[in-house]
Write a protein that binds this ligand. Structure first.
Ligand code: NAI
Length: 796
């Protein structure tokens, strides 16, 4: 018998298993764990079944139904039927239901935690203390948004029927992140859980029914990727929300291009975990444990790339090895283990393949001396050192308990390494120097930055990525917008883009009346790139006709090379993002002032191209510049109240380099309505002006030259809209693209944008640009920014 002193030394302790009796009883109540879908408030008769296994033992747990096209259709129909009634309940009515769901989760928390652990293989400690409490918290938080909806989201309505597809790593939590905001917004839902982990979703559906949720508001269809595909392809959904791999996210982006549905994608990551040499190394070690060994590293925001300042790398790696040696892996139901099982043999194989690739590439691998259980799916905590930044294990998401460690010398190098990835979900920064942490945080391209902490989540703080980690946010106010649309859009007419007139030749002897008002000197058509008027690379120009069809001028015919130059100029001007809101406002006012000075000239130019309304359009444009000058220093972020000792700063950051494809109508106002919010928020832009009426854009060059706008912030390339747009949509260094034009063009933009997961905003319905309630404001600012949440705990 060991003495207490021995035990202190070895820290050995026996098993402390959580019982699974109540879960077994629940399964037995459902025909020994045989499930149909949950549609229209009832479980359907089971169809073609597939087995769900316990990853820790490989033993069968339940059998669920593979959803067919017809099942998906039945679920979407049920959700559609329930929609009007759910919306008619109003915010307070829905708040009562969401509150009831939160209570139901709390009441059955242990059942859900054990079921999740059996189904997923993650430790009971995590499901009990993290997953399920966060699920309840999400429903409570969104009961609040339902209650406040009318006041806080005036003019917005629920988007309608939502298709939601979730992964297996946080099954019930991902359900909560998707279902709670949808229901709060007045939407109804068809959710497809992952094929490995469908059970808590089915259990939740049953609890929701018991809690009185009306039939059809929440429908669960189980199945694999084929069922997911059927949901994506269903014509009856208005919004699709997906969490999973970047690969499938791109497939979904392409499949939904041009459908006009809202889309949010929460995808993979390869998040940096940056340790500066003044960090508290013991805290760092515990941070690493939570970053990469939490949920066996099967976490989209796992801190899987350890970046350590050179001088402390050896010391930290030594401490990590010691800690890894002490990690306990085993039965997930054991309350005292640190790591459970990997979800499935397929995933285990994927991890092994990548680890083998790392070894083959010459990196040094380290694993603890103990071995993992032989039955079930287990993989030991693993540390790679001596890796090169370009190697596979540094670039690819491993989605397992595998950490790669690299060193850096300076903060600038740390930022460069951190951003050297197509992903941008999360990052952690460890230093005792708050100035350094807050200097580095805005420079990292990720949707979340945890300072001296990691893997903190809360319903009040939006979660979501930059770059190829997807777009859209879950949680917080910004998460609610993912399920809302401006109410006026329901009645908006489709945009009709009449064919361009074929103008009579410029020098054919006809001079239109409006052209007679123009300066007599012929001007060489130019583009505006990097603050200079430049000739189009191809040397070609295209004629422009007036409202009466007679030629009134020419513009440069931009090509790929011009766009490449424009993008390069926009990228070179990224210092614009760091200028103050006040400085950007001053420049927008100056633009307005200079436009006003030449107002009559612009008005007659517009009249000549559109047939009238020029003076009013100029006035609206000046007012619009004023609006965004006003906003430039007022579109603040927020300080969220999250349940930690600390603050979470939600910062509105610019998207980066944006392409703006302007509406055909309102050649000046349309252009200003897109450019002004984009640059007010710190973006740099490449603008394709109205193809029909481009001359106001070329007239603007001189206004730009006299308004102190730094070179490269606004680049204008005239020419044929569709090919120019395609080039920009395909360009990997363009971060976002707005397109106001016909549906075919919008479809092409959305499809091409999938390559680098650009943020897109496409619209092919009529918008009254002269109406300030529709043509300007927060909607534009939201699209011009992305939210970064910086978590800063405090206290010693
Ligand atoms: P996945 O992306 O294939 O699956 C996620 C969900 O999408 C599941 O519900 C699945 O049934 C569904 N799905 C699959 N193909 C679909 C399609 N074509 N259309 C619609 N729905 C579809 O992820 P998987 O295969 O389970 O894991 C593969 C890798 O993806 C992992 O190794 C990991 O690297 C990454 N992953 C990342 C996650 C994240 O949260 N970032 C979550 C899960 C996986």
């Amino acid at each position: 018998m060991p003495s207490v002193a021995d035990l202190f030394e070895t820290m050995d302790y026996g098993p402390a298993p959580e019982g699974d009796g109540p879960v077994r009883a629940w399964l037995d109540r459902h025909q020994q764990g045989t499930f149909g879908h949950f549609i229209g408030g009832t479980f359907t008769t089971a169809g073609t079944l597939f087995e769900v296994r316990n990853p820790a033992t490989s033993a069968p747990l339940a059998r669920v139904t593979q959803g067919t096209d017809a099942d998906v259709d039945a679920a979407v129909t049920a959700a559609r039927l329930a929609l009007a009634g759910w919306q008619a309940l109003g915010g307070h009515g829905r708040a009562r239901h969401l509150y009831a769901l939160a209570r139901a989760v709390q009441k059955h928390a242990r059942l859900l935690a054990v079921l999740e652990t059996l189904d997923n293989g993650k430790p009971i400690r995590e499901t009990r203390d993290i997953d399920i409490p966060l699920v309840a918290r999400h429903f409570y938080h969104h009961a609040g948004w339902a209650q406040l909806l009318d006041a806080e989201f005036a003019g917005y309505s629920g988007v309608g029927v939502c298709g939601q597809i979730i992964p297996w790593n946080f099954p019930l939590l991902m359900l909560a992140w998707k279902v709670a905001p949808a229901l709060a917004a007045g939407c109804t839902v068809v959710l497809k859980p992952a094929e490995f982990t469908p059970l808590t979703a089915l259990c939740f559906a049953e609890l929701a029914r018991e809690a009185g949720l009306p039939a059809g508001v929440l429908n669960i269809v189980t199945g694999d990727g084929e069922t997911g595909k059927a949901l994506v392809a269903h014509a009856g959904i208005d919004k699709l929300a997906f969490t999973g791999s970047t690969e499938v996210g791109k497939v979904i982006r392409r499949a939904t291009a041009g459908l006009g549905i809202k889309l949010s994608l929460e995808l993979g990551g390869k998040s940096p975990f940056i340790v500066f040499d003044d960090a508290d190394l013991d805290s760092v070690v515990e941070g690493v444990v939570d970053a990469i060994w939490f949920n066996q590293g099967q976490v989209c925001c796992a801190g899987s790339r350890l970046l350590v300042q050179e001088g402390i790398a050896d010391a930290l790696e030594e401490k990590l090895r010691t800690r890894m040696e002490r990690l306990r892996i085993g039965s997930p139901l054991d309350k005292s283990i640190d790591m459970g099982a990997i979800i499935d043999p397929v995933q285990l194989q994927r991890i092994r393949t990548l680890v083998d690739a790392g070894i083959a590439e010459g990196a040094q691998v380290w694993q603890p001396t103990w071995s993992v259980p032989e039955s079930g799916c287990f993989f030991p905590p693993t540390l790679f050192t001596g890796v090169s930044p370009a190697s596979r294990i540094v670039q690819e998401e491993i989605f397992g308990p595998v950490l790669v460690s690299m060193t850096f010398r300076t903060p600038a190098e740390a930022v460069e390494l951190a951003n050297n990835t197509p992903y941008g979900l999360a990052s952690s920064v460890w230093t005792e120097n708050i100035n350094l942490a807050l200097d580095v945080a805005p420079k990292i391209k990720s949707g979340i930055v945890w300072v001296n902490s990691t893997n903190l989540f809360d319903a009040a703080a939006g979660f979501g990525g930059y770059k190829e980690s997807g777009f859209g946010r879950e949680g917080g106010r910004e998460g609610m917008y993912e399920y809302l649309v401006a109410s006026w859009k329901a009645g908006a007419a489709a945009l009709v883009d009449a064919p361009l007139p074929v103008p009579a030749a410029h020098d054919d002897g006809h001079t239109s009346q409006s052209a007679a008002a123009l300066p007599p000197i012929d001007r060489t058509p130019k583009l505006y790139i990097g603050g200079k008027q430049v000739r189009p690379d191809g040397g070609y120009s295209v004629p422009v006709s007036g409202a009466d069809g007679v030629a009134i001028g020419e513009v440069g015919d931009g090509n790929r090379k011009d766009l490449r130059n424009a993008v390069a100029a926009a990228l070179a001007a990224k210092g614009w993002a760091r200028t103050t809101g006040h400085a950007r406002a001053q420049i927008l006012y100056f633009l307005a002032e200079n436009l006003a000075v030449r107002g009559t000239e612009f008005a007659s130019r517009i009249d000549s191209m559109t047939g009238g309304g020029g003076a009013a359009e100029v006035e609206h444009s000046i007012a619009r510049l004023f609006t965004y000058a006003a906003w430039a220093d007022k579109y603040d972020g927020a300080v969220h109240s999250v349940p930690i000792r600390g603050v979470t700063l939600a910062m509105n950051e610019p998207i980066g380099c944006m392409a703006l494809v302007c509406p055909t109508s309102h050649p000046l106002l349309g252009l200003i309505s897109l450019v002004a919010p984009a640059i007010a928020m710190g973006n740099t832009t490449i603008v394709i002006p109205s193809e029909r009426c481009p001359l106001v854009a070329t007239d603007l060059y001189q206004v730009l030259d006299t308004s102190d706008l730094p070179a490269g912030v606004l680049n204008i390339v005239t020419g044929a809209r569709d090919p120019l747009t395609r080039t920009l949509a395909e360009h990997d260094e363009v971060d976002g693209i707005w397109y106001f034009g016909p549906r075919a063009g919008a479809t092409a933009v959305e499809r091409a944008s999938a390559d680098n997961m650009k943020r897109t905003w496409t619209e092919w319905t009529e918008r009254d640009w002269t109406n300030a309630a529709r043509g300007e404001g927060r909607e534009f600012l939201r699209h011009a920014t992305q939210v970064k949440n910086i978590w800063i705990p405090y206290g010693e």
